[in-house]
Write a protein that binds this ligand. Structure first.
Ligand SMILES: Cc1ncc(COP(=O)(O)O)c(C=O)c1O
Length: 396
């Protein structure tokens, strides 16, 4: 069948392919250690569920305004002021079906053919494809682990052109879990200041933090706020991935454009979900703190276990829930007489012969790395480490 031309720029995701293979094995009853998930294993907090049940019982089941119910947009403004020091009015906020839709709407509303968007690698797999779907060009700027995966200002400078329409910042980041330091953000701000481009800050992992300080670009460069587009959502902080609740805030004309995209695609995010999101934002902060405490313990245990494996090195992530392990020390070794040359190949062997699902770094723009989530019980993590150990032993 003939498909739209714009889809030709999009590659089927190898990550999803691996995930579906892992899921198919689990469905067949195979004991797979799944470390590929991008979602918390905790259930949605009860008070959030209750708000949705109440909304359902009260018949809150009709269309809402496309941009979301006013009380939720007000609560989002309050959150942005409280947590991020950002002052927005409710007409600068769009409630979306997940942070992903916020980013997608942004791309559709702001980008066109010829535009370029700077993305720092390793990146979340969806950024480049969303940019391509809008007809624009992703410009990948690699970062180095030695720099805490923060971009080198000279590399950004070289990537900027008069066609640069936006730059995406994601801290804590997926897949690295890296949190940019104040100095790193200041350097980014300094380079971007003279360029008339938008700055998208994807703050989806902002609450999943193992350091004392996490700053946004607006904290170090308040003068750039008029060019800022904030993307966030409930998925990761409140264990609400399936609810599809997110939001975007930014300059009014841009938000109006993004709303037009949403008007003609999905309309409002789920009415019941909006009530649940409202409850989440207004709920007690200790709900998140308890989850983060558990993630931190798992992180410490899991990263230490990875670093004990010969040929594997893993940086301690300061946020999110991913271990991003450097497996280059394993590449070049042989498995069953054949050389293993890529993280992708290693992940395949890991799944097929050792029953561990991990995501290779290639789709994130990071060869020689493997991403493993630690959002699963310690017993499962322990089992995963043991199986990884078996793989390492089987390599020669
Ligand atoms: C970096 C990043 N941004 C945005 C999202 C979107 O999350 P959601 O659409 O569930 O809000 C994800 C989800 O994995 C992510 O990893």
């Amino acid at each position: 069948m003939k498909l739209a031309h714009r889809l030709q720029a999009i590659k089927p995701s190898p990550t999803l392919a691996l995930n579906s293979r892992a899921k198919a094995l689990v469905a067949k009853g195979v004991d797979v250690v799944v470390l590929a998930a991008g979602e918390p294993d905790f259930d949605t907090p009860d008070y959030v569920k209750q708000a949705a049940v109440d909304a359902l019982r009260a018949g809150f089941t009709k269309y809402t305004p496309t941009n979301g119910i006013p009380e939720l947009r007000e609560a989002i403004c309050a959150k942005l002021e409280r947590d991020n020091g950002l002052r927005y009015t409710p007409d600068q906020v769009l409630v979306t079906s997940g942070g992903k839709q916020g980013l997608y709407n942004f791309c559709q509303a702001a980008l066109e053919e010829g535009d370029e968007v700077i993305i720092f690698a390793p990146f979340w797999v969806s950024y480049p494809d969303m940019v391509r779907l809008a007809g624009a060009t992703p410009v990948i700027v690699p970062t180095r682990e030695e720099d805490g995966f923060a971009p080198d200002p000279d590399a950004i400078r070289r990537a900027l052109t008069p066609r640069t329409r936006a730059v995406i910042i994601n801290s804590p980041g997926n897949p690295t879990g890296a949190v940019y330091s104040r100095a790193a953000l200041e350097r980014i701000a300094e380079v971007l200041r003279p360029h008339d481009c938008l700055i998208v800050t994807d703050d989806i992992y902002e609450k999943l933090l193992y350091t004392d300080e996490r700053l946004g670009i607006s904290d170090v460069a308040p003068d750039l706020v008029p060019r800022l587009v904030v993307v966030n959502g409930m998925s990761k902080a409140y264990s609400m991935t399936g609810w599809r609740m997110g939001y975007v805030a930014g300059p009014k004309p841009l938000l109006a454009g993004m709303q037009m995209v949403q008007d003609q695609s999905t309309s409002n995010a789920s009415s019941i979900g909006q009530k649940a999101a409202l409850a989440a934002l207004q709920g007690p902060p200790d709900t998140i703190a308890a989850m983060v405490k558990e993630y931190r313990e798992r992180r410490d245990f899991f990263i230490a276990g990875l670093n004990a494996l010969d040929g594997v090195r893993c940086r301690m992530p300061e946020g999110a829930f991913y271990a991003f392990a450097d497996v280059r020390g394993l590449l070049g070794r042989s498995y069953k007489g054949k050389p293993v040359t890529s993280a992708m190949q290693l992940s395949e062997i890991l799944l097929d012969d050792f029953r561990v699902a991990a995501v290779p770094g290639e789709p994130f723009g990071a060869e020689g790395y493997v991403r493993m989530s630690f959002v699963t019980s310690r017993e499962v993590l322990q089992k995963g480490l043991a199986r990884l150990g078996e793989l390492v032993k089987a390599l020669s």
